[in-house]
Design a protein around this ligand. Structure first.
Ligand SMILES: [Zn+2]
Length: 498
């Protein structure tokens, strides 16, 4: 047996000014991996590609891995990068001789010219090879298009947010594919969407309504579904199909797939009000955090969530408004992760550990697509840590994957320890803090630039969470986003009942 495995992943925030060249599709800005290097990198990791590699090994299959590229979310993918990755995959397929194709995609990739990067890739694969079955694993934030479903054999999406079941999703999609290759099942798919943009801050699977929706997806295996996936979608993309969608895979029973799909879509639509996010002014949030009871022995930190500037949703990670308010209100015993500012990092490194420096941090990247601005912030402190920024994820999210936030430092102002980094990294793993010498359990407050994924690392130990409305291109205030291409009307932008 011969299997082609490939990864091409990007969640595109069309409002983000952060560029997406080919180099971003690999750790440390080094671009995608391929062949043995990619296999060595992903084997044994909690990724869909890791699952595909395990399945292939268990089946005794020969593996061809032409490319594995994944980039942190940012603006539309540069045309040359998209062409390079898709050409590499398609050229390998054109050489032929495969029994199955296993793809680890995202589902919300927008390029400079395409709304649906994954659909265009799958359509091209089908035009080269009309027969070889194709499995696709997608992120829960996929914005689904007909071309994705029409040109794949089986599609499955994550059921958790934070995404801690990425491996299981790859395993499910890959196993169905192997069963189809052996003629044991004949997958058919039904997909659909409803006109709603669930708010990202309301999509976590620990909470209603997505907890119940995903539980129903899982239970559908008892109703004859090979796989049932509900995608909450990625709303920071001004494209026609942004929003919530569903795909159900059954064994040859199209009407059953359609019935189960309709049930999930109805349940989601009925719950639409619960996907709307309520905003609180920043000054009030920080004051509320300041008034919480003192830390007791054994208490975890109070998380101050700077959720408008999550780099894992396309944020520049250099807005300073929430940090400035924390400093202004005089909160003490705070760790802040992180401000992206390679120039400030170099200044701190030049000064050296133990030196006192005054730095102008953040506020360096313009955000022309949103009305708010974030100025640089001047801070004075002692350089506490200098690091190469590399660590391996403890998990559960992305377990075992080597991360690289570039040269990094911690600046201690006396009240706040500020992490400054040189590559975008959402704090979803405890090791991003521990590797810089910050133990979050010893802090009263931890400011995180994140929305939901921080829960994978710190959710179980956090004493409380206070959501802070700052500034950024993953703004939680959708009135700051000017949508032009998304299909209208769509809830909650302009449908009644909100
Ligand atoms: Zn996601």
């Amino acid at each position: 047996m011969r299997l082609l495995i490939a990864m091409m992943k990007h969640e595109t925030n069309t409002f983000s000014p952060v560029p997406t060249p080919l180099g971003r599709f690999g750790r440390g800005g080094r671009g995608p991996l391929a062949g043995d290097a990619a296999i060595a990198f992903y084997r044994g990791t909690g990724t869909a590609t890791g699952a595909y590699l395990d399945l292939a090994a268990a089946a005794g299959a020969e593996i061809v891995l032409p490319i594995a590229g994944e980039a942190p979310p940012s603006g539309p993918v540069e045309e040359a990068a998209y062409r390079h990755m898709t050409d590499t995959i398609c050229e390998a397929i054109a050489r032929g001789g495969f029994d199955g194709i296993m793809l680890d995609l995202h589902g919300a990739m927008v390029t400079e010219s395409l709304e649906d990067g994954e659909g265009a890739l799958l359509k091209r694969i089908r035009s080269i090879d009309a027969k070889t079955p194709v499995a696709v694993a997608l992120d829960m934030h996929a914005n689904l298009y007909d071309d994705i479903i029409r040109n794949a054999t089986v599609v499955a999406g994550y059921r958790t947010y934070p995404h801690v079941d990425v491996y299981e999703t790859g395993k499910l999609a890959g196993e169905i594919l192997l069963r189809a290759m052996r003629g044991e099942v004949r997958p058919v798919m039904a997909w659909g969407n409803v006109p709603m943009l669930p708010h990202v801050m309301r999509q976590g699977t620990a909470d209603h309504p997505n907890k119940q929706l995903q539980a129903r997806c899982a239970a559908m295996s008892g109703d004859g579904a090979l796989a049932a996936s509900l995608f909450t979608g990625f709303p920071h993309a001004d494209i026609s199909n942004a929003g919530l969608s569903v795909v159900v895979v059954t064994d040859g029973d199209r009407s059953r797939a359609e019935r189960l799909r309709d049930e999930l879509l109805k349940q989601a639509w009925d719950d639409r009000e619960a996907f709307v996010y309520q905003l609180e002014p920043l000054e009030k949030s920080v004051a509320r955090a300041g008034a919480l009871p003192p830390k007791q022995a054994g208490d975890g930190p109070i998380v101050l969530l700077d959720h408008y500037d999550n780099c894992a949703s396309g944020g520049t990670m250099d807005t300073t408004v929430v940090l400035a308010e924390i400093l202004r209100q005089g909160l003490e015993d705070v760790a802040a992760f992180a401000i992206y500012d390679p120039a400030a990092v170099q200044q701190a490194i030049a000064a050296g550990i133990g030196a006192e420096v005054t730095l102008s941090i953040g506020g360096k990247m313009a955000m022309p697509q949103i009305p708010a601005e974030s100025p640089p912030l001047t801070v004075t402190g002692i350089v506490k840590t200098i690091s190469n920024g590399r660590y391996r994820n403890l998990g559960p999210m992305g377990r075992g994957v080597q991360m690289d936030m570039g040269p990094s430092v911690v600046l201690d102002t006396g009240k706040v320890e500020i992490a400054l980094i040189s590559r975008h990294q959402e704090p979803h793993d405890l090791n991003c803090l521990l590797s810089l010498g910050i133990d979050p359990m010893q802090k009263r407050y931890v400011m995180l630039k994140s929305r939901i994924h921080w829960r994978a690392g710190l959710g179980a130990v956090a004493k409380a969470v206070v959501e802070c409305a700052g500034v950024g291109v993953c703004t939680s205030d959708y009135s700051q986003l000017s949508f032009k291409k998304v299909r209208r009307p769509i809830f909650p932008l302009d449908l009644p009942n909100r």
